[in-house]
Each structure stands twice: as C-alpha cells, then as structure tokens.
Design a protein around this ligand. Structure first.
Ligand code: NDP
Ligand code: HSE
Length: 436
C-alpha cells in the first residue's frame, strides 16, 4: 500500500525527536499502522540545522506554506508553537484537506473550537495527544478508554518544568533561577518560560482536558491561573511538617452548579501517589463514576517522550484516514452538537480546603481571635501548627489547615484576620486537595 506522506513544520526539540523516533522504529510502526509513514518534507527557519538533522533523507524548505500547499502531503505536523503563524498554517492546512497533528496546547486552548469546527467541516482530523502531559496517552484515555464514565473530576501535575523546579528546590535546595535554566537546557520549558512558571501552560492543558472530560467548549479565558513564582520555601517546609507536599495542579471538577477550572500551587497529602511525582514527570488523576480513581504517569516533556505521542497520532490518523468522517472519534470526545455550555464557576464559588500562614505578635489571645473569626465564617480547622518565636523577636507563625469551604468565605475571613492588630502583614493562603 502507498505510504502516508507527512510534512513537518518546525524541527526543534519535539520535531527532531519525532523525526528520529519515526526513523528508528519505522518497521514496528509500519506493522501497527498497516502502511509506511514517512516524513518527506520539513520546513524550518534554520534550514542548515534542519538539513543536518534530516541527513538528506527528505526535502527541507524554509517556507512552511510549501509544505501545506504540497498536494502529495497527507498529514501536516505542526511543531512550531505559539498562536501566531502556527494558527494560520494549521487553518490553511485544514482548508487544503490535510490532516493535522500538533503538540501546540496554547493554540488549541485559545482557538481549539474554531480549528475543530474547520476540521469537521472539511472532514479532516486534528490530533493533539502530545499537547497534554507529553508522552502520557491521557487524551486517548479520556476520550476513548473512559468513555463509559461520567467524569467527576481530574487533577494533574501537567507542567514538567514547574514540577522539576519544585523537586530540585526541595531536594537539593537549589535556587529557582538555576533550576529554571536547567529545565530550559533540557528542552522542557516553553519558548517563553513565563508560560510554565506562571501556570499558563498548565491552564492550557487542563482547559483541553476539561473540554474532553465534560463535553464543554474550550474556554481558556475562564480558567483561574496562578503559578509558582510567589511560592515561598518556608511554606513548602511547613507543609512537609503537616504531612503534605506542594505541587502545581491543574484541576477540573464537576459541581452541581458548574465546573471548577483552575491551576494553582496545591497541598496534597504526602501519602498520595501523585504527591510523589518528581522532576519533569507528569501525572493525571481522573475520577470516573464507574471506574473510580485512575492515575496516569509518565514523562510530560522532552524530545522523545513527546514524539511518542505525536507518532501515536500519526498512526491513529493513518488507520482512520479512509474511514467515513462521521464514524471517527470526535475531536473533543463528545459529538459536536452534544457539547453543553455548562458554566465555569468564578473562584469565589469553588469549594476546597486551605493552608493559612499567619504571622502574628506572640501575645496571649491571638490564636483565639483567629479561630473565632474562622468559626464565625463556618470554617472548621483540621490541623494547626504554632512555631516557637525566634529568640529576641516576639513574633511567630501560626499555620492552620482548614476543612472545605467556599473560597468567598475564606476570602472574607482572611480580610478580618488581616485587620486584627496582632496580625503582621498579609496572610499566606494555599489551596489544599485531599484527592481521596
Ligand atoms: P522549539 O522551539 O524547540 O522548536 C520550534 C521549531 O520551529 C524551531 O526549530 C523553529 O526554528 C521552528 N520555527 C519557528 N517558526 C517557524 C516557521 N515560521 N516556519 C517553520 N519553522 C519555524 O519548540 P519545541 O519543539 O519545544 O515545541 C514545539 C511545540 O511542541 C510547542 O507548541 C510546544 O508547546 C509543544 N510541546 C513541547 C514539549 C517539549 O517538551 N519541548 C512537550 C509538549 C509540547 P528556529 O529555532 O530557527 O526559530
Ligand atoms: N513546557 C512544557 C512543560 C512542555 O514543562 O511541561 C510540555 O508540554
């Protein structure tokens, strides 16, 4: 049978990984796909480096339009990144009747609905396994493996760079900036690493997972996003003393009145498997009503782990290319006319537990005044830690873990606590999830 011809846009970290793995495992992949899959054309701005990487085995051009306009190309892989030129190229490739594979979560989280609509109208597939959690087949699991379930919630460590930073800082006591540079050197970080450390990349990914899990539109603009840049080492230490780890989690949760969609540093009980996911590894927990809790673990970034997901999509498309478009798995798991516009809840309406660090004057009655404010707001205390004051400094930290409450209740309580004359500065608040 005629081979499937692939055009690759961008041969950087993931593009070169894809080229190499496809070449190395060509025979095995052909036995699975039923026909050969070959990259016949590569577009990259740096054609010299691209020629070195491809070693004369395919045509190299510097204009991506030459690839998407080539009638011989069946599938276009977009590995440029961002939502500028990449968006134009993906939409043009679809208009030209090409199937598309992309790892570009930023593009899909912002423009996914328009791209999937265009693809559906044209009868082509847009596959994006690599866009979420690198090499972990989480899109496949959510879209197909768990299709019998009503998904209740999912929570994941879905940014390798930040998990790598948190692990290295905790285990080796290294500085934030040093570890970030190492993550960049290893190819984990985004072109603009603020996307990683400010939680934006994780929010792109959780937005896509929420759409697939709950049958809602892709709504990145409604996600709450908080990264790790304001996290302090002292809170990581106090959390450890209370039996918790702090991880940057992406959370999507179905509630009776809407959907929670949020990314923020989160305390997780240290005994949970997911709390022990270290380095650039990713893990996603999914709770389905029939299956119960499930956990998916693996490398979330890097050249070959991500290539593994890109090539899985190539094989899927190759197998399904001749199938009637009506009978393919829908891009976002639910049939396009069955997508519901369930509201995304504002942060004041989310329900979770909280870690509070309150810096206070070491005076009698301070603790009582704080706990009475929490009691007034109907917030119960789960655990507490009061540090010895430093010698010669009559101030100390009180750390409180609350039970679950609405965020607007804790906001109101924190405002009252900060107004107490014995409380010094701002209260540090970190959300906490039991993930039981
Ligand atoms: P890189 O920056 O390493 O690679 C991008 C490549 O695209 C570069 O070679 C760049 O060339 C080239 N390029 C830029 N503009 C054009 C253009 N107009 N036409 C053709 N080529 C162009 O990025 P990554 O491989 O790390 O990431 C690619 C995508 O995969 C991104 O969407 C990213 O979010 C996603 N991703 C990355 C992961 C990772 O671990 N790195 C994991 C999962 C997803 P030049 O260098 O000359 O500018
Ligand atoms: N920058 C991303 C991360 C790459 O660190 O997880 C994988 O999507």
């Amino acid at each position: 049978m005629k081979s499937i011809k692939v055009g690759l846009l961008g041969i950087g970290t993931v593009g070169s990984g894809t080229f190499n793995v496809l070449k190395r495992n060509r025979e095995e992949i052909m036995r699975r796909a039923g026909r050969a899959i070959e990259i016949t054309m590569v577009a990259d701005l740096n054609t010299e480096r691209a020629r070195e990487l491809t070693n004369g085995e395919c045509e190299v051009v510097n204009d991506a339009n030459l690839v998407i306009n080539n009638p011989d190309i069946d599938i276009v892989i977009e590995l440029i990144g961002g939502y500028g030129i990449a968006k134009d190229l993906v939409l043009k490739a679809i208009a030209n009747g090409k199937h598309v594979v992309t790892a570009n979560k930023a593009l899909l989280a912002l423009h996914g609905d328009a791209i999937f609509k265009a693809a559906q109208e044209k009868g082509v597939m847009v596959a994006f396994e690599a866009a979420v959690a690198g090499g972990i087949p989480i899109i496949k699991a959510l879209r197909e493996g768990l299709t019998a379930n009503r998904i209740e919630w999912l929570a994941g460590i879905i940014n390798g760079t930040t998990n790598f930073i948190l692990s290295e800082m905790r285990d080796k006591g290294l500085d934030f900036d040093v570890v970030l540079q190492e993550a960049q050197r290893l190819g984990y970080a985004e072109a603009d690493p603020t996307f990683d450390i400010e939680g934006i990349d994780a929010a792109h990914k959780v937005t896509l997972m929420a759409a697939i899990a709950f049958g809602i539109p892709v709504q990145f603009d409604k996600a709450y996003v908080e990264g790790i840049t304001k996290l302090q080492g002292i809170d990581i230490q106090y959390a450890e003393q209370l039996g918790y780890r702090i991880k940057l989690l992406g959370i999507a949760k179905r509630m009776p009145n809407g959907i929670e969609l949020r990314v923020h540093p989160t305390l997780i009980p240290a005994k949970r498997l997911i709390a022990n996911v270290e380095g650039a590894m990713n893990a996603v927990m999914v709770q389905g009503d029939a299956v119960g809790p499930t956990l998916y673990y693996g490398k979330g970034a890097g050249a070959e782990p991500t290539a593994s997901a890109v090539i899985a999509d190539l094989v899927d498309i190759t197998r399904l290319a001749t199938a009637d478009p009506e009978h393919r798995v829908p891009h976002l798991a639910f049939q396009p006319d069955a997508v519901h516009d369930t509201p995304i809840l504002p942060m004041g309406e989310i329900t979770t537990s909280y870690y509070l660090r309150i810096h206070v004057a070491d005076e009698a009655g301070v603790l009582a005044s704080i706990t009475s404010i929490l009691a007034d707001a109907g917030i119960s205390v789960g655990a507490m830690l009061q540090k010895e004051p430093v010698e010669g400094k009559p101030e100390t930290d009180i750390i409180i873990l609350t039970h679950q409450t609405l965020e607007k209740n804790i906001d109101a309580a924190i405002a009252r606590i900060e107004a107490l004359p014995t409380v010094r500065g701002k209260v540090v608040r970190i959300r906490s999830e039991e993930l039981a």
